[in-house]
Design a protein. Structure first.
Length: 52
């Protein structure tokens, strides 16, 4: 584990580039997920709870 940490510390530019790449690809993937503007889900009414 120390070897991995030392390797990352020695190659900070590479690690930061990979972090930036992961953030960019994650935001692209998140924006690519289809989202409904008006979902058909109803909020549960806590005052009218019916037991089965």
């Amino acid at each position: 584990m120390k070897t991995l940490i030392n390797a990352c510390l020695a190659r900070s530019r590479t690690v930061l580039s990979l972090l930036l790449l992961l953030l960019i690809t994650g935001s692209v993937a998140y924006n690519d997920i289809p989202k409904e503007t008006r979902p058909r889900c109803r909020d549960p009414d806590p005052l009218h709870h019916h037991a089965p």
